[in-house]
Structures are given as structure tokens and as C-alpha cells.
Ligand binder design. Structure first.
Ligand SMILES: Nc1ncnc2c1ncn2[C@@H]1O[C@H](COP(=O)(O)OP(=O)(O)OP(=O)(O)O)[C@@H](O)[C@H]1O
Length: 364
């Protein structure tokens, strides 16, 4: 079983930095999801783990083996890392049957014929595709092709399985089905897995650990619950969760965070706060509330309604010079009734926000 440790990992492409100083450790058997907006460095990190990209700095350890350490001249080639990768495009051999595709890496690794046959039968059954064994990739659907690609990757029992947005070419229903299947496969193989996505619903469903990246840097790594309950930065708070936490921007004056005339929170210890965080379920729609909300969407969800609206910008002149990002903010709250889009209502805030974040985004 294999732990995974990145230590100060960095990758530059010419003058551009794709990944900077990435340090994280996950235990053996973890399902680590790399999550973040487009261009934040997820795929580059995954490709460095696979050995498809050479780091410019730092170190990668898989178990007790250093597989990349440019300062020490170490770069273990992809095929000797004990990793397997599932791509967004299924990349099956078109001229081979499903069975032959899955057997291929075992033949390359010189498994005996008997072991190959037994293992192929086992993984085809695990992925519910035994009845497709003799078809060619052209004769099966996209969802089935992705199952074959997953079967082919896990067949040689890699210690680390890497997934690069494997579900993004599937329709919504197949995405959920295949996601469940991936969870099942992970639980049964126990292989340490690293999974790249920008879909946080997928991330929260599968992950034992989530690393949120932004502009090539790690914002936070932890279990999904840790990140949801104790986000380290305003970015994580506003990115993760369905719906994510609500952040209201304001300005700290005389130890109080204010949004225009509204007092959001006392700020302890002479610190400067920039954002107050509220959990969507702690905000109530109330015509007597403190904050206006211009409703743009009202979606039924599990007996409640997700009401999305814009909190208008703080009036010019009242915001104060330091308050740069108090413009209209799109937020979603959980309400017990539908609210007509196009109408204005108000939000009642709890007396104390769930967290405060400073001007650098860090939690106070
Ligand atoms: N081969 C390359 N040459 C130059 N720049 C690159 C190369 N590969 C990636 N980059 C840049 O590095 C940054 C990180 O890219 P990366 O593909 O890792 O992001 P990502 O988080 O996976 O994005 P997405 O979700 O859109 O796939 C981006 O700014 C990208 O343009």
C-alpha cells in the first residue's frame, strides 16, 4: 500500500508557473481529489505524478520511493512508477476487443496466460461489463468505453490510480452511475487514488481528502468535512459546498466589520477582516432582514428551495476607500418556499458570522 507525498512540488512552463510549492501528504488507500477552477494546475500535478511531466522543483514520493526529485537528478519513468491513469478520452485500442484491451497491460507486464485470463474475468465482472468482453470499442457506448478504460487501468493492480476528469464526457445520468462505480472500485481495491475534477459535487462524493488549488497554489487540503466546516480561506469557503458558504464583503473600522451602514461583526484583537462567512442554512429570507436580495432563481431541492439572488453593491461613498469588492454578489440560500425570480426580498443574518477572513483571504 502506498502513501503519497508531495514536497514543495513546482512546475514552470517557460516564464509561466503552473504549479508552485505544492506540499501535501495523503495516507495509503486515500482518494485524493484535486479540485479548483480551470487553469489552477490540477492536470499538471497529475501528469507529474504519472511521470508524464517533469517537475521543475520539489519532490514526489510514492510509498518509500522518491520518484521525482529534480535537484537530486531523480526521475523514475512512468512505466516504473506503479501508477495507472484513466483519461478523459478513453483511449482504447480500436482493433482489440474489450477483453484484449483489458488483458493488454497484463501481457506487457508478462503475466502468465492463466493469471491474465483470471484477472480479466475478475475486473470485467467488477465493472459490470463481462457481457461486452468480445465486442470492439466501436460497438459499445461512451459510458461502457470508460468502464473498459477503468478496467484496463486497474487490471495490473497499480498501487496508485490517477484519474483525469474521467467522467466529463458522459451525460448526467451516466456520470452519477460511473461515479458510484468508481467509489465501489476504490473501496474494493484500496488503491491510493488521485482524481482531478472541477466538479465539486463529484469531489465531495468520492474524496477521502480534497486539495483545493488556485493559481497553482494549494489553498487547503483535508477531509471534505474539514474543508466544509473549517475553510482556511475565503476562496475555499466560497468554492466548496452545494450551495457554498455565503461571503459578504465589508470594511473594518474601529474593530467592527461593516458593510455600508450594516454592522456585520466585531473583529477581535485589532485584526482587519474583509469577509464575513455565513452558512446558507443559517440565513433566512425575511422582509424585515438586514440585506437586500434580488432573486434570480428559485430551484426546488429535497423539499426546500435553493434561492439564488444578487446582494446589491454597497452604495458608492458609503463603502469607504478600503472596500474594493463589495459589488453585487451572487449567493444561494436554503429557503422553505419558492421566491419569484425578478422580485426583491431581504435576508436576515445571524448575529455572529460562522467565520471571518482577512484581506489576504486567510481565516482570522
Ligand atoms: N504544456 C504547457 N505549456 C505551457 N503552459 C502550460 C502547459 N500545460 C499547462 N500549462 C499552463 O499551466 C497552467 C495550469 O494548467 P493545468 O492544465 O494544469 O490546469 P487545470 O487546473 O488542469 O485546468 P483545466 O481544469 O482547465 O484542465 C495553465 O495556466 C496552463 O495554461
Amino acid at each position: 500500500m502506498t502513501t503519497l507525498a508531495l514536497d514543495g512540488l513546482g512546475k514552470r512552463f517557460g516564464a509561466a508557473t503552473a504549479v508552485a510549492d505544492l506540499t501535501l501528504d495523503v495516507p495509503s488507500g486515500a482518494f485524493l481529489v484535486l479540485l479548483g477552477p480551470s487553469g489552477c494546475g490540477k492536470t499538471t500535478t497529475l501528469r507529474m505524478l504519472a511521470g508524464l511531466e517533469e517537475p521543475t522543483s520539489g519532490r514526489i514520493r510514492l510509498g518509500d520511493r522518491v520518484v521525482a526529485d529534480p535537484a537530486a537528478g531523480v526521475l523514475v519513468p512512468a512505466q516504473r512508477r506503479g501508477t495507472g491513469m484513466v483519461f478523459q478520452s478513453y483511449a482504447l485500442w480500436p482493433h482489440m476487443s474489450v477483453r484484449q484491451n483489458v488483458a493488454w497491460p497484463l501481457a506487457v507486464a508478462r503475466w502468465s496466460r492463466a493469471d491474465r485470463t483470471a484477472r480479466v474475468t475478475e475486473v470485467l465482472a467488477a465493472l459490470d461489463i463481462a457481457d461486452l468482453a468480445d465486442r470492439s470499442p466501436a460497438q459499445i457506448s461512451g459510458g461502457q468505453q470508460q468502464r473498459v478504460a477503468i478496467a484496463r487501468t486497474i487490471a495490473p493492480r497499480p498501487e496508485v490510480v490517477l484519474f483525469d476528469e474521467p467522467l466529463s464526457n458522459l451525460d448526467a445520468r451516466l456520470r452519477v452511475e460511473t461515479r458510484d462505480l468508481l467509489g465501489r472500485v476504490h473501496r474494493s481495491t484500496g488503491a491510493t487514488s488521485v482524481y482531478v475534477t472541477h466538479d465539486q459535487v463529484e469531489a465531495l462524493a468520492l474524496a477521502t481528502h480534497v486539495a483545493v488549488l488556485r493559481d497553482g497554489r494549494l489553498e487547503q487540503v483535508g477531509t471534505p468535512t474539514e474543508l466544509l466546516e473549517r475553510p482556511a480561506t475565503a476562496f475555499v469557503a466560497g468554492f466548496l459546498g452545494n450551495p457554498p458558504a455565503v461571503l459578504l464583503a465589508g470594511e473594518t473600522r474601529d474593530g467592527v466589520l461593516r458593510r455600508g451602514d450594516l454592522r456585520l461583526a466585531d473583529v477581535p484583537g485589532g485584526a482587519t477582516a474583509r469577509h464575513a462567512m455565513y452558512r446558507p442554512q443559517d440565513l433566512r429570507l425575511d422582509p424585515e432582514g438586514e440585506v437586500d436580495l434580488d432573486v434570480v432563481e428559485s430551484t426546488p431541492a429535497a423539499g426546500d428551495h435553493l434561492v439564488t439572488g444578487l446582494v446589491p453593491a454597497v452604495a458608492a461613498g458609503r463603502a469607504g476607500s478600503g472596500e474594493t469588492d463589495a459589488g453585487p454578489q451572487r449567493i444561494t440560500v436554503v429557503a422553505d418556499r419558492r421566491v419569484e425570480p425578478g422580485t426583491r426580498t431581504r435576508l436576515r443574518l445571524p448575529a455572529v458570522p460562522a467565520a471571518l477572513f482577512g484581506p489576504d483571504g486567510a481565516r482570522l
